[in-house]
Design a protein around this ligand. Structure first.
Ligand SMILES: [Zn+2]
Ligand SMILES: [Zn+2]
Length: 126
């Protein structure tokens, strides 16, 4: 019996990680991202930091035999191997024209656009 299936990261139109999975967001220098912030994931995509379980999930991977269902397999593989994913093909950003590996927007513009959009998301729902 397992009720440990975890929910995917919160939605953002500027996230490009697979929305089906919960992605691991590595903490940088021990700093855990604030909930609602768009972050780079272990699989080199971008996803929103969830409200709960702020403890860096990558810390828990070592020595854990059964991972919760719903974790991104690429993130898990990266975290376990301690490897850095091969960056995707570079593409010109629609906002700033810089080349980046996050698709139609670069990582920085995605974060800016997300930060502008995030406070308005409830209003859009209502
Ligand atoms: Zn992932
Ligand atoms: Zn950009």
């Amino acid at each position: 019996m397992s009720d440990t299936k975890i929910t995917p990261n919160p939605y953002s139109p500027y996230a490009n990680a697979d929305p089906e999975w919960r992605h691991l967001i590595p903490s940088l220098f021990g700093i855990v991202p604030e909930p609602g912030v768009l972050c780079l994931t272990a699989c080199d995509r971008m996803a929103v930091a969830p409200e709960e379980a702020l403890k860096d999930a990558t810390d828990g991977l070592v020595g854990v035999e059964s991972l919760p269902d719903g974790l991104c397999p690429s993130c898990v593989a990266m975290a376990k191997a301690g490897e850095v994913p091969v960056p995707a093909r570079s593409q010109e950003c629609r906002e700033c024209g810089e080349f980046g590996t996050q698709g139609e927007w670069c990582a920085l513009c995605r974060q800016d656009l997300h930060d502008e959009w995030w406070p308005t998301r409830e209003a859009a729902k209502a």
